[in-house]
Design a protein around this ligand. Sequence first.
Ligand SMILES: NC(=O)c1ccc[n+]([C@@H]2O[C@H](COP(=O)([O-])OP(=O)(O)OC[C@H]3O[C@@H](n4cnc5c(N)ncnc54)[C@H](OP(=O)(O)O)[C@@H]3O)[C@@H](O)[C@H]2O)c1
Length: 312
Amino acid sequence: MDKKETMKAVICTKYGLPEVLKIQVVDKPIPKDNEILIKIVATAVNSGDVRVRGLKVEGFMKIIMRLVLGFSKPRKSILGTVYSGIVESKGNKVSTFKEGDKVFGMTGFDFGTYAEYIAVKENGNVAYMPENANFEEAVSLIFGGQTAIYFLEKSKISEKLEPKVLIIGATGSVGSAATQMAKYYGSDVTVVCSSEGKFLVESLGVSKIILYDKEDFSKQNRKFDFIFDAVGKTSKKQCEKLLAKGGIYKTVGGLEYASESQKQLVLIKELYEKGKLKAIIDKTFSFDKVVDAHKYVDTGRKKGNVILKINE
Ligand SMILES: NC(=O)c1ccc[n+]([C@@H]2O[C@H](COP(=O)([O-])OP(=O)(O)OC[C@H]3O[C@@H](n4cnc5c(N)ncnc54)[C@H](OP(=O)(O)O)[C@@H]3O)[C@@H](O)[C@H]2O)c1
């Protein structure tokens, strides 16, 4: 019998502090007929990952989360949802990708990207990487980019001429992507961020900036066609008087969850190649420093994205 091949992966041994994450040796996945096996070069530590690891939700949502994800620890023990890497092998029925292709993608609730390898369906949420991106840049675009595209498309701002858009929390992974996407759709963008985040939003070409540590954004006289809370810190009630007639409010903090598609990834690739989307990377950690990466993301103050480098 053939000896099983193995790989290193970060296992979430139980819900808790970052130290519950342990690097262990597990079976290397074998791609099915319709799957590609990807050697992961980089993943990112996202707000969603630290939320799952720490079971960081309020009240009855804790019970829901345990039912969905696993009672005392995640059933899918390898966390991580985004990856960039190289196709190492493929199943018999795969026709789109070939060995050596550079790809990026998101696994969502299937998790599994804090690992040296992953097998994913060729027609799932995976696409060729932007030609001009390195692996860290490519992986940084996915989580915030796909979430931002989902919520911005729901708001239908692309159908309006120069819509007035307010992005609350413009310096996170979702907010920095939403700011850039809103500008791409031709919006007149105003953002809410901290004094610490001002430099970043200016670098994205935004000049209408409300610093939440200096003034109360809800006291503005301006009206907006779309208000997007990209950090989930506000309520619709709080923002209502800032909405123009027919204006839309959306938040990442409610019960609406973004869904991901290959089409969004292809749009991200195109925008990055045209220079319309920048990779915002705060820090990069090596695989063995995953605990430190989680501690940093736990602060809730990262700017853009935190990368975990898996393979050199
Ligand atoms: N519903 C969905 O489908 C969905 C999808 C993805 C993410 N999410 C949720 O969306 C939230 C954001 O995700 P993320 O990955 O972008 O988070 P993140 O990158 O960790 O966001 C942190 C950023 O928010 C800023 N911030 C913190 N408090 C703020 C405030 N009161 N006002 C404005 N900015 C503030 C921080 O900078 P300063 O501290 O300097 O202000 C930091 O730059 C998370 O709660 C995540 O769980 C939901």
